[in-house]
Ligand binder design. Structure first.
Ligand code: SF4
Length: 223
């Protein structure tokens, strides 16, 4: 695959981060608290699949591995779209090899609504960008998306799934994504390491997992 949603967001935070993901992923240092947050987010996402009742999940793994088989997921998604399945989870799409998997697609009279699930008490702008990327890929695959929601973690643990309508804001990212996705595609494939000076992007919106690699003297020289 070319650029995934995660690739795009990481590449837009810092192009060097994306390049390192592709060429030197062994340099990553993921803090335990970050890994715990990612795991909790995955659990919340798994629970949210049932928020509209029965659903079909598109996740398929490569034989004997816990690695998603994206091509099989795309095929399975197309089968369920053709059948008119009412709720499709982890719905996978590819456009010119750029890829996304939507947490939940819910059928409407005119197409599908898109739900991106986030284990957070409020909507952050990077969540809307995530949803915007999915809107971009899915609509370019010919599926009509009506409304776009971020599902946040509400205070009622018995029913914590609170959809927030971000349709206008997510659609607003369409041109920004199209303006950058092709450059990221080209850049991630180049053999020479991308040169980027450390700066504010190293911690905004997320602390970079290559921080130690790019700041080798931080602890010893106070830099
Ligand atoms: S530490 Fe900073 S400069 Fe280095 S890859 Fe991460 S964001 Fe980019």
């Amino acid at each position: 695959m070319a650029i995934t949603k995660t690739d795009f967001m990481r590449g837009m935070q810092c192009r060097k981060m994306l390049w390192l993901d592709k060429h030197k992923p062994g340099l990553r240092v993921i803090p335990p608290e970050v890994q715990a947050r990612l795991d909790a987010g995955n659990d919340f996402g798994d629970r949210a699949m049932g928020m509209f009742g029965p659903y079909e999940e598109m996740t398929v793994y490569l034989p004997g591995k816990k690695i998603p088989d994206k091509k099989a997921m795309i095929r399975k998604t197309q089968e369920h779209l053709a059948k008119g399945t009412p709720v499709i989870c982890e719905a996978a799409f590819s456009n010119y090899n750029n890829y996304c998997a939507a947490d939940i697609l819910r059928k409407t009279d005119t197409g599908y609504d898109l739900y991106e699930v986030k284990n957070a008490p409020e909507v952050h702008e990077q969540f809307v960008r995530d949803a915007g990327f999915q809107y971009y890929i899915i609509t370019r695959c010919g599926v009509k998306i009506g409304r776009v929601f971020i599902v946040i973690h509400g205070p009622d643990e018995a029913d914590p799934f609170l959809p927030q309508d971000v349709t206008r804001e997510a659609r607003g990212y369409y041109r920004w994504i199209n303006d950058n996705i092709w450059d990221l595609n080209r850049m991630q494939k180049q053999p020479e390491e991308v040169a980027v000076e450390p700066g504010e992007q190293c911690c905004d919106p997320y602390e970079c997992w290559y921080y130690a690699y790019c700041h080798p003297f931080r602890d010893t020289a106070g830099q």
